[in-house]
Design a protein around this ligand. Structure first.
Ligand SMILES: N[C@@H](CCC(=O)N[C@@H](CS)C(=O)NCC(=O)O)C(=O)O
Length: 230
């Protein structure tokens, strides 16, 4: 059984979507990042960067002691290896999958995350930050749109690279982007949204944020944006 240490956010949905698609049994372990549980020693022991998602596989590849992993990209690669699914089998396809997975981890995720922050959460409206990151989000959406103009999915067949990108693109409003401006991304977003694995994975753990439907409260903002400590 795989433990998914999570709170409902785009980085965690990558992993719950993958687990659902791969039909790997898992159980949800709540880490309420809006209340500082990411700083508890038992969580830091498996995720020293105090970020969700993390997993513990109590029945790992090759047997032996449980394996814990943090960083959603590393988790996706491990789950693909465990299930033998969602990474193309040929060299070129596999490398394309790696390229777009790393592009998400190093580019799309962090940059649109900043766009979302300056647009929606920063206590002051800082025009420079809003413009800088909204423009960078638009550039990245454009890069993806170009790729998807002649590829059904990022690595041709549906893969962990798509699973990494989809939950972020699903929050396009938050980044100040309209999918009508990126028709290939829009087509790709709809196709993936219609998959039963996406439907199940995108709500996994949603109940953990019950009561936060109005967005982040002041305590959550202090914990998440107030330089770390509780
Ligand atoms: N690169 C990491 C990023 C994870 C990340 O930023 N997680 C956020 C939620 S989406 C988090 O745990 N934040 C808690 C905090 O900032 O203290 C990954 O992809 O796993």
């Amino acid at each position: 059984m795989i433990e998914l240490h999570t709170f409902p956010t785009p980085n965690s949905f990558k992993v719950s979507i993958a687990l659902e698609e791969m039909e790997l049994p898992y159980e949800i372990h709540s880490v309420n990042i809006a209340r500082g549980e990411q700083f508890e020693p038992k969580f830091l022991a498996i995720s020293p960067n105090n970020r969700i998602p993390a997993i513990v596989d109590r029945d790992p590849i090759g047997g032996g002691e449980a394996i814990s992993l943090f960083e959603s990209g590393a988790i996706l690669q491990y789950l693909a290896e465990k299930s033998g699914r969602f990474v193309p089998g040929d060299l070129r396809g596999r490398l394309a999958c790696t390229e777009w997975l790393f592009w998400q981890m190093a580019g799309l995720g962090p940059m649109v995350g900043q766009a979302g922050h300056f647009r929606n959460y920063a206590p002051e409206k800082i025009e420079y930050g809003i413009t800088r990151y909204t423009n960078e989000a638009a550039r990245l959406y454009g890069v993806m749109d170009k790729r998807l103009a002649d590829h059904e999915f990022l690595a041709d067949e549906y893969s962990i690279a798509d699973m990494a990108c989809w939950p972020w693109i699903d929050y396009h409003d938050h980044h100040g982007q309209k999918l009508e401006d990126f028709p290939n991304v829009g087509r790709w977003h709809t196709a993936i949204d219609e998959r039963p694995g996406t439907q199940r994975g995108k709500v996994a753990g949603a109940e953990l944020a019950a009561g936060m439907s109005q967005g982040l409260d002041e305590e959550a903002k202090r914990i998440l944006f107030g330089h770390g400590k509780k």
